[in-house]
Ligand binder design. Structure first.
Ligand code: GCB
Length: 587
């Protein structure tokens, strides 16, 4: 799905700003058809933002169920005769949208966009009422999954099996945009590199007509190739490659018969797995960076350009070259920024929490055996999540690999049965990138599905959840395990999570757990082990910054494994990583 943009034939209007807002704890809205008029007792809510922490009430923070957003939208008078589309960059986790009294869209999945053609309902120059109900419930059939309990007093309580707070709402941009009726519908680009030349393989579709022309220009706007077919290969002699650290972008203009045109940024680069190497443009690439979160005080997962640019500045400061979009697709602005700046991305679906053991730690009591609780409906939602992720992000040069899940219960045979069709679907959706999943702490002999994937991605907490406080054992066992993975699979290994919680300002000469010293020493122990195992091609520390979680006795105001605090101040570990990544392990 193409992101709205402004071209000579297209216009867009941002619908960000303050919307009328109402929590609906008693489920009245759908029964009373709140879309037919102004929301009762509405407050105001900024969009984009997660709604939870904005009103400063526990009711909003802990709300489980529907919330309502509404605003008037004026269609520009100049849009007479155009196709008009309403687009939501995300609504977590499922939404229904009305234009005045007419339902125009339904979507499930909190991190991918959806849109609806409202041309027949709108009158240019006039305003319409847009109402959106967003349901934040996680169920056994949603991705990520969860369970809603109804308590004796009638309140709902949401349980979920992942370690980040269930922020929800309209936490990304909303747009109204216009195109001609014959319009560029989709473009798919893959690239390859041969010697000094690059190839741009493209496929474009035009709704209601044909592709008229395709023109590739370089960053200076100079035309480098041209074609008049809907698909083909454009050859670029002496290509400037998209490289880690150098996000060189061409622009592919696709013109439809009639007048529409769309400009897609294109980075020419190749990605391949060769034995136990991960190659970008034929060169071995070593991932230095983090698992991150979209998480900020007050905004929750609300996208914000200030915070985004600052996070990228900190990645540069610390010497990181990559990150994983743990544990869901991030805002498209983030990937566009990574494209422009040469930051490498492992792009993950929201499939997190498909794991009984973790469910048990995070949800004390009696969680279900997760593969008994989830079923074909969950798998169908997971499949959609993969397809929507690839459809949205397939053209980003920064994205070098898909991660289709985080820490599923990969010791269980049911897990393999569940994942096999998803692996096939991911490969069918994109043949140009390797795929992986982030593996929970399990010895290679117990894992039943890593052979299905291209890269071994391991989340490891030796010295923290295992052998807590004993870094000597942690280092020895980690190294032995890494050698074993290398021996059994012969594939590249990325440690996609490792780290320790550290409370900023807590120090100790004996460097016990929770101190800043322990966090530094644990990372150093892991690094010594990585440097002794040839097949290790990457290290992503958990986490870039402290982040909000659900309530739990092992979480003090959230997860503190950040090397930056939640407000982005460096802990001692940030300085230590900066030394390693800018001096010792800079290439
Ligand atoms: C993990 C999860 C991550 C958690 C982390 C932790 O394995 O993938 O979501 O936040 O451990 O800190 O426990």
């Amino acid at each position: 799905m193409l992101r709205p943009q402004e071209t000579p034939s297209r216009e867009r209007v941002s619908l960000n700003g303050l919307w009328a807002f109402a929590l609906d704890p008693g489920d009245r809205g759908r029964a009373e058809e709140w879309w037919r008029g102004p929301l009762p007792d509405a407050s105001e809510m900024p969009v984009p933002a997660s709604f939870n922490d904005v009103p400063a009430t526990r009711d909003a923070h802990d709300h489980v169920g529907d919330v309502w957003y509404q605003r008037q939208v004026r269609v520009p008078a100049g849009w007479e005769g155009r196709r008009v589309v309403l687009r939501f960059d995300a609504a977590a986790h499922r939404a229904v949208v009305w234009w005045n009294d007419v339902e125009v869209a339904r979507h499930e999945g909190g991190y991918t966009p959806f849109e609806c053609d409202v041309t027949s309902l709108v009158r240019p120059g006039e305003a319409g009422r847009v109402t959106v109900v967003v349901d934040n419930r996680l169920t056994p059939a949603s991705i990520p999954p969860g369970i809603v309990d109804v308590l004796p007093d009638g309140r709902r309580r949401q349980r979920y099996f992942h370690d980040f707070f269930n922020y929800a709402g309209l936490h990304r941009a909303v747009w109204l945009y216009a195109t001609p009726h014959t319009y560029v519908e989709d473009i798919t680009v893959t690239t390859s590199v041969h010697g000094t030349s690059g190839q741009v393989h493209y496929r474009a579709s035009v709704a209601g007509g044909e592709v008229a022309e395709v023109v590739l220009r370089d960053a200076e706007g100079v035309e480098r190739a041209r074609a008049a077919t809907a698909s083909g290969t454009l050859d670029v002699p002496d290509a400037s490659l998209w490289q880690p650290g150098h996000g060189y972008l061409y622009r592919l203009e696709v013109r439809a018969e009639g007048s529409d045109s769309y400009e897609l940024p294109v980075g020419i680069r190749s990605v391949a797995v060769d034995g136990d190497r991960f190659l970008i443009n034929g060169e071995p690439f070593y991932f230095r960076g983090f698992g991150k979160h979209e998480d900020n005080p007050v905004r929750g997962k609300g996208h914000d350009d200030v915070l985004m640019v600052h996070d990228f500045a900190l990645l540069e400061w610390i010497g990181a070259n990559s990150f994983r979009t743990s544990h869901y697709p991030y805002a498209e602005e983030v990937l566009e920024y990574a494209d422009r700046h040469g930051i490498v991305v492992i792009d993950e679906t929201p499939a997190v929490g498909l794991n009984f053991e973790i469910a048990h730690t995070l949800v004390p009591g009696d969680p279900p055996h997760i593969f008994a609780a989830i079923d074909d409906a969950t798998q169908a939602a997971h499949l959609r999540a993969i397809e929507e992720l690839v459809a949205r992000d397939k053209n980003h040069p920064s994205v070098v690999m898909w991660s289709i899940a985080n820490e599923p219960d990969s010791a269980r045979p049911e897990c393999r049965t569940y994942f096999e069709p998803l692996v096939h679907a991911a490969r069918a959706a994109d043949t140009s990138r390797p795929i992986c999943f982030a593996q929970v702490q399990l010895p290679p002999a117990q894992d039943v599905m890593s052979d299905l994937f291209d890269v071994i991605c391991l989340n490891r907490y030796n010295g923290w959840y295992i052998d807590t406080g004993d870094l000597v054992t942690a280092e020895r066992e980690l190294e032995a395990e890494l050698h074993e993975w290398a021996r059994l699979h012969g594939k590249p290994i990325i440690i996609t999570e490792y780290g320790a919680d550290a409370i900023p300002g807590v120090h100790s000469v004996s460097a016990g757990p929770w101190t800043e010293e322990y966090q530094v020493e644990l990372l150093e122990a892991f690094h010594r082990a990585f440097d002794r195992v040839e097949s290790v091609v990457g290290e992503h520390v958990w986490n870039f910054a402290d982040f909000a979680t659900g309530y739990g006795v092992n979480r003090v105001d959230g997860n503190k494994k950040g090397v930056f605090t939640r407000d982005r101040r460096p802990k001692a570990a940030a300085h230590a990583l900066r030394r390693r990544w800018t001096e010792e392990k800079a290439v």
